[in-house]
Ligand binder design. Structure first.
Ligand code: G3H
Length: 541
């Protein structure tokens, strides 16, 4: 049997899938959340096909798993009106609620979200082909993120629950919301990355317009009623439909105060320019990246290979933090490639419910074709696929390819492949990978593999000013979520960690007065009567 046929045989009949991993009935969503209601939808829909295929008379076909409303600008603008009314220029119920009460709503939401755990995990797996282990991790990590966010907000609130006196002025400062937030997440972490912006924005008192990603849309359906039940009407609203039809009108209205998008810098730039008053728009963006691994002569090669495989191929290389190019010193490159090929040959390919599976079907229908183009382009410029079966494809399943030697003429040198290809560039002088980073439009992270302290320190200093995280002998990654996650150049705007996100979605406001007897008495009266949620010395424990 040819290798391609072996790959094809990994796609099994529906009846052979263990019961516990079957999706059950198709999910045909005919409602959406807007202005505190689950509104019925009888307009056009977008069908959702899983990257998991089933064999049939015409070969392998993606499985239809459901559909969702293909909303238009009309519904998007209604959602915007609802969010604007709920914010009510900062006078709405949600933005004026005490921090303790907002936390209570988010806690209630988390409780209801946990009730939907199994459904959401299965939808992540079926919709984007993420392994069941990683889909489970994505859900649990998101719940943990919400809990950490609540703790961080309590901490910020405790620090703000006091007056400061400076030069005869007494003041209390707190963080206040910014307004209406348009939140758009990516397909590769449809739940986690959407919620790492949505939840901090929400808990800080903003109102939300939330557009689910193109793949990973149904994942959010089981959570809509929880949003409806746990927050005042109009605080969380959904926008379904093609971005090109729904989002421009929202931006052109000038009523979006914060754009938060995890996606491409091209889209982010276009959207920002649509806002009539760019100075009023805050943008929190996590964008393109092409993180490099640099393996020097003094690296522990086996350890470097293990980390590079993880960094390049976890979730099939579909992570913004993935290692997308690897520079290896020419004196050790042959040994490195041998070890890397051996490691790749041990990877388990297959359906996402399999225990220990490493490489799973790709969600984007055009991705296998694009990866093929990248490989052919590299071959036309002198590169080779150097591992057995590298790039072999059956429907949505692509066997990882190591492409070597990669040079500056190839697409793989600059483009973010976002898939299972490891481009390897041999270098002679360490100035070459440094210059690559200087010339790059990206600046998220780098991984340096070396066991020589002097060599590492000579690389840390240039790289911390070129990227936002330098990883030593470890793959690039976002977590732990308490660490700052950001990037330079076209890779990000703003910072997202548990604490930084709370800052990103808020602005400092203060109440100040001259310290005299009358004002002292007034402040005491307000505080003692608990008349204001802002001017208050109450502690949340
Ligand atoms: O897609 C980008 C994600 O933020 C990556 O997160 O490094 O934890 O996989 P991760």
């Amino acid at each position: 049997m040819s290798f391609e046929d072996q790959l094809k045989s990994l796609f099994i009949e529906e009846s052979q899938i263990p019961q516990e991993f079957q999706l059950g009935e198709e999910v045909h969503q005919r409602e959406y959340l807007s202005n505190g209601e689950m509104k019925k939808w009888d307009g056009p829909v977008s069908e959702v096909y899983s990257p998991v295929c089933f064999p049939g008379p015409d070969g392998l076909k993606r499985k239809l798993i459901g559909s969702y409303p293909l909303g238009t600008e009309k519904e998007a603008m209604e959602a915007l009106d609802a969010a604007t009314a709920a914010y009510d220029n900062g006078r709405g119920e949600w933005p004026t609620l005490s921090v303790a009460d907002r936390i209570a709503c988010v806690e209630q939401f988390t409780f209801k979200m946990l009730e939907q755990r199994d459904k959401v995990i299965k939808l992540i797996m079926w919709e984007i082909g993420k392994s069941i282990a990683d889909s489970t991790k994505e859900f649990d990590r998101t719940v943990e993120y919400i809990n950490l966010t609540i703790d961080a907000l309590k901490d910020i609130d405790r620090q703000s629950s006091r007056f400061e006196i400076e030069q005869g002025i007494v003041a209390q400062s707190r963080r206040s919301p910014l307004g209406v937030v348009l939140c758009m997440g990516p397909f590769n972490y449809p739940l986690n990355e959407t919620f790492t912006t949505l939840i901090p924005a929400l808990i800080m008192g903003n109102t939300i317009l939330f557009k689910p990603p193109k793949h990973g849309t149904l994942v959010h359906y089981p959570l809509l009623e929880a949003f409806r039940d746990c927050f005042p009407k109009g605080v969380v609203n959904t926008v379904y439909g093609r971005g090109a039809n729904t989002v421009p009108g929202l931006m052109q209205s000038g009523k979006i105060n914060v754009l938060t998008l995890i996606g491409s810098s091209k889209v982010a730039n276009e959207l920002k320019k649509m806002h009539p008053k760019v100075n009023r728009l805050r943008a929190i963006l996590s964008l393109d990246a092409k993180n490099a691994a640099i393996v020097t002569k003094s690296a522990d090669l086996q350890m470097a290979v293990t980390e590079i495989v993880l960094g390049s191929l976890s979730f099939n290389g579909q992570r913004c933090t993935a290692l997308k190019i690897t520079f290896v010193h020419k004196d050790i490159v042959d040994e490195f490639l041998e070890l890397l090929s051996a490691e790749i040959s041990k990877l388990k390919l297959g359906m996402p419910w399999l225990k220990g599976v490493n490489i799973t079907p790709l969600a984007e229908p055009q991705k296998p074709e694009y990866l093929k183009e990248c490989i052919e382009d590299a071959q036309a410029h002198g590169g080779k696929v150097i591992n057995d079966h590298g790039g072999a494809t059956a429907a949505s399943l692509v066997f990882p390819a190591i492409v070597y030697p990669v040079n500056s003429q190839m697409k793989l040198y600059r483009e973010e492949q976002f898939g299972p290809i490891i481009p390897v560039v041999p270098y002679e002088s360490i100035e070459e990978p440094i210059q690559y980073q200087i010339d790059s439009v990206h600046g998220q992270q780098v991984s340096i593999f070396s066991n020589d302290a002097k060599e590492i320190s000579a690389l840390i200093d240039p790289f911390v000013n070129l990227v936002s995280r330098v990883n030593i002998n470890s793959q690039c990654q976002r977590g732990p979520d308490v660490f700052p996650f950001t990037g330079r150049k076209d890779s990000a705007e703003g910072t997202l960690s548990v604490v930084d996100a709370l800052r990103s979605f808020s602005i400092r406001s203060l109440v100040a007065t001259k310290l005299n007897e009358t004002n002292k008495q007034l402040l005491n009266e307000i505080v003692n009567n608990h008349d204001s949620n802002f001017l208050s010395t109450k502690y949340i424990f």
